[in-house]
Write a protein that binds this ligand. Structure first.
Ligand SMILES: [Ca+2]
Ligand SMILES: [Ca+2]
Ligand SMILES: [Ca+2]
Length: 344
């Protein structure tokens, strides 16, 4: 992984269409090859290529690619609309098939990239695996094993495509399952392990080398394009996060009045950024009151009197009630010892 691509995000494109959606592109955060091996001795996470498919070797013929992306730039709560992946083909076996099928399978466990360079023709043999590397047997060498040699992944591909010779691109168009994979990773980054790239494993010579994040040419590196709709912007004043600002929010703010909290904790009515639920927050709530709609339940906006007065009244009543309740609890506790029977 190059430093340039450490952050993963390559670009943010425009808002498009009538539905405000964003498009972002990502370079791989890590990519590596699983080289078939009964001893789990080979890796090449630092190489400019990953190998996928069946080679012309006499033994240990299979290769599988691993690739993952850091999606933390997509806001939490976003809705993923599309996801497509492009990889560049940089080598094919002489005499191999002109088109081979390759699938993206969601990985079920984490894995180590490392920085080992491949050996053999074009790196196709891999190099001696180092500690922490993923291999055919290991998620992280030497102690962390895959449950299944060759990697743990969903058997059903999330997307498949036909891949040509050197110089062409492998393009996985968006599918419902690719979208679901990315949505899952955005919602739960701890389970974002990326995809395993699986080729034709029955046809000798079907293997391809695909450019990685270490490739010299930036435009040949992996590119994941994601379309999404950002989460709706929450209006300051909307304490209960139901999309409108009304008396229900004022009542909630009142119940937290005077409370110290984290700055901009909307859930308790802190909108001013000072970390205290107070009059400044009440003012913001009032300024953002939602217009009354005929079907809406009674709202502060419908009150002909200055709504701020009612808000202050609401706060005063509820806050006062709470203090009174607390005081009564304290007083009742004081009374308890006096009312206990004497132990004479
Ligand atoms: Ca790599
Ligand atoms: Ca609300
Ligand atoms: Ca405040």
């Amino acid at each position: 992984m190059t430093a340039l691509f450490a952050a993963g995000v390559l670009g943010i494109c425009c808002f498009v269409g009538s539905v405000r959606g964003a498009v972002m592109t990502f370079g791989a955060s890590k990519d590596a090859t699983l080289f078939e091996s009964l001893t789990g001795s080979f890796s090449a996470g630092g190489d400019a290529g990953v190998f996928v498919g069946k080679t012309l070797e006499s033994t240990n013929t299979l290769r599988r690619g691993l690739i993952a992306f850091d999606l933390s730039a997509i806001p939490n709560g976003a809705t993923i609309n599309s996801a497509s992946l492009r990889l560049s083909v940089t080598k094919h076996a002489s005499g191999g098939p002109s088109l081979v099928s390759m699938g993206l399978h969601r990985l079920l466990g984490d894995w180590g990239e490392g920085n080992v360079m491949g050996a053999g023709a074009g790196g196709g043999q891999g190099g001696p695996a180092a500690i922490g590397d993923a291999t055919w047997l290991h998620q992280f060498r030497p102690g962390d094993l895959w449950a299944n040699p060759g990697g743990d992944f969903i058997a059903q591909a999330s997307a498949t495509t036909s891949v040509g010779f050197t110089g062409s691109s492998a393009n996985w168009a968006s599918t419902n399952q690719l979208v679901a994979d990315v949505q899952g990773w955005v919602s739960d980054p701890a389970n974002n392990f990326g995809w395993l790239i699986r080729g034709n494993e029955s046809l000798a010579g079907s293997a391809r080398r695909l450019a990685t994040s270490e490739a010299n040419q930036p435009n040949s590196r992996p590119l994941l394009t994601i379309g999404f709709t950002p989460p709706p912007v929450r209006t300051p004043g909307d304490v209960n996060n139901d999309g409108s600002v009304n008396s229900a929010d004022a009542a909630m703010l009142a119940s937290f009045f005077g409370m110290a909290t984290t700055a901009n904790n909307f859930n308790v009515g802190e909108f001013s950024g000072d970390g205290i639920v107070g009059l400044a927050d009440l003012t913001i709530l009032q300024q953002n009151l939602s217009p009354l709609t005929p079907s809406a339940s009674p709202s502060l906006a419908a009150v002909p009197e200055p709504s701020s007065a009612l808000l202050v009244f609401t706060v005063a009543v509820l806050f006062g009630t709470r203090r009174w309740t607390n005081r009564r609890i304290v007083e009742s506790r004081r009374w308890v010892p006096n009312e206990m029977p004497s132990s004479r």
